[in-house]
Design a protein around this ligand. Sequence first.
Ligand SMILES: NC(=O)c1ccc[n+]([C@@H]2O[C@H](COP(=O)([O-])OP(=O)(O)OC[C@H]3O[C@@H](n4cnc5c(N)ncnc54)[C@H](OP(=O)(O)O)[C@@H]3O)[C@@H](O)[C@H]2O)c1
Length: 312
Amino acid sequence: MCDSQTWQFQPGGLSDDQLRDIVARKAQGQPVGEKRPSTLQILNLLAESGLEQVIVVDVTAVSGLEPTLDRALELGYGVVLANKKAFAGPWATAQRYFHHPRIRHESTVGGGQPVIATLRYLLDTNDPIHEIKGQLSGTLGFICQQLDQGVAFSTAVAEAKTRGYTEPDPREDLGGLDVMRKVMILGRMAGWPLETGDITVESLYTPDLANLSVADFMAQVAVLDEVMSQRVAAAQANGQVLRYLAQVREGKGVVGLTAVPAGSALANLKFISFRTGRYDDEPLMICGKGAGVEMTAAGVIGDMLALVREEF
Ligand SMILES: NC(=O)c1ccc[n+]([C@@H]2O[C@H](COP(=O)([O-])OP(=O)(O)OC[C@H]3O[C@@H](n4cnc5c(N)ncnc54)[C@H](OP(=O)(O)O)[C@@H]3O)[C@@H](O)[C@H]2O)c1
């Protein structure tokens, strides 16, 4: 088990007590263990120790782990990812990870909701995907619900940050890039070789706030309150509420604030819907709690068990 700088390794496996100790240490901000080798050196060590049926699990949020994933696959290992970055990079490098028999990535979209498994089943059964739509950010869903209740945008952002719903820099959520990566993963799985230019993303903050420190951004985000409250009021005057929705169809994606009827399923559910050849007039929907550490961990463990069962 590794963190960014350190690790603990035993070829025979870490005991439950050791794993619990690591979790407790990380909760207190301490390292996993001793300073660690690079991830590529770690893979070589694993290969030398003769371990079989190894699964490499990436639950970081870092970019640039492709050489590590490639080496793991080359060694015949399984790969499980909650990290979206490798799947959302340029198509030329990312395409080799899609539909790979030894890669699982359920938690990259929808946390613990079985979104990837459902899409895989639709594709396996030759059901053409016409449109994928959903509310793909728990953080932005929370902020939109606060806006419904008349809370100022800056207060909603501060509250989401205090509750730990946002990334340390809330602009990572507000800019829509995380949602764009999810759309890219779903769209690419569905058969469209999307690049970032194919997806229109509405950022919820203005470019002049992009280069501020996090503290300065939080101090100045209230400049957006007036415009946002006007948009909320305009929607409410039509019996609607604002939701941050994502949609992909015919090789193009749109991510941004959309007015939807208040009280409708679209306004109240954390959902992803698939309109397909078979589910044309009545889309297939997956709803329910998705994000959160436990849900995401369940998705990761489910992927690991699926690989083990296949005896790759
Ligand atoms: N949390 C959720 O609800 C959720 C839902 C779906 C998907 N995800 C995805 O899951 C991933 C992790 O999310 P998180 O919220 O747990 O992030 P996080 O709190 O930032 O934790 C990331 C962990 O990765 C470690 N790390 C960073 N670079 C590493 C490296 N090169 N090698 C090994 N470990 C490294 C960090 O170690 P240090 O402690 O040393 O910094 C940290 O412990 C992200 O890609 C996220 O998008 C999360």
